[in-house]
Design a protein around this ligand. Sequence first.
Ligand code: ASP
Ligand code: MG
Length: 424
Amino acid sequence: MAKTFVFKFGGASIKDADSIKNLFNILHNRLRNHTIIVVSAMGKTTNALEKILSKKLTDEDYSLNITILKDFHLDICKQLFPSSHPIFSQLENDFLRLQRAINKTVDKQNYDEVYDSIICFGELIASRIVYQFLCTQGLICLWQDAREIIKTNEDFRFALVDWQTTRQNCHNYLMPKLLQFPVVTQGFIAMSNSGKTTTLGREGSDFSAAILASCLQSQSVTIWKDVPGVLNADPKRFAQTIKFDELDYREAAELTYYGASVIHPKTIKPLANHHIPLFVKSFLTPDDPGTKIHEVEQSQKIPCFVVKDDQVLVSFKVTDFTFIDEGHIHQIYAELQKLKLRVNLLQISAISISLVIEKQVFKLEQLIEGLEADFEIRYNEGLQLVTIKNHHPKLIQEVTEKREVLLEQVTRATFQAVMTPLAQ
Ligand code: ASP
Ligand code: MG
């Protein structure tokens, strides 16, 4: 099979006209044959689209939000293209289609499906702009709708990949294009076999890059970020950080599981299975080596910190003087599974089960509705889940200082606590 490479550019790397020019420079200097360029939505577009949907749900006026989002893209295009360029009519078209998707009725039942049909426009628009810009700069490439390639089930917002069909599509439709020109496509978005748009989970563009790379058995994946590589903590939250030069697949996967947002949690597995190295590099200093994630024999025990916001601690207490048993656990987990809610931390005592989940529209109330007949349910919102890998007492003390800790778990390697956020 021909050697292919996958480059992924996230929102921060295409947040304005200068960043897109920078993207071109990165590609111009490094582009080898048979490269797929995966892009996510520009800047904070996905959050802006979520905001529009949430305003619609509460019957607030969101027309200004749409105008701002459109102007944001238009301004970028005005700086990159002459006014006669077809990108402007394409943008107009995309915003009309977006408006149509927003106009659909949304309720508790179809929320996830409508969400995907709206949210996909961030990636569709970004990929068109990047593609057109590269072409105008003489870097001739092709545009590919990722939804024609990556197929999933209909678990909207967290769709599961149909690997067999996706692999076939990669070979039959993507490879012939790649043999001719580099291909620009979208991360995050996919399509069910019946033709409905789905998404792979927030920040899922990394995963899209990994899916394509694993189906094509690519040589490597490079994720271009605004950090110099994988760090032992988020530099936006911690003053001192250490960059890993290399990291074992397993360790990288573990960090992403706890919520390290540098890479999407599902990214590592498909790459590790095919021994495809993953490079995390800075688009600000592209010549620096970044971090290489691959098979590493001897790993260092550097403490790592991961912080997850917007956590909800829910406790379920039995009401009939029995003790918690497998039946209760099963019942609660069945409900969580139905709602596609992932448990980030779990603690079981004699008469109650406490668990930590991400805050998500409608989900908590549905969880309570489904279980309130059998349990006394309480919850706290707006919490932070902090994980320290390779902890020691001083680090724990520093992290928990001046905060109320509601639940804590310690194993030899990992410390986790749910607590109130630091006062701003
Ligand atoms: N644009 C999507 C998000 O913000 C996907 C991604 O960035 O990877 O979640
Ligand atoms: Mg992103």
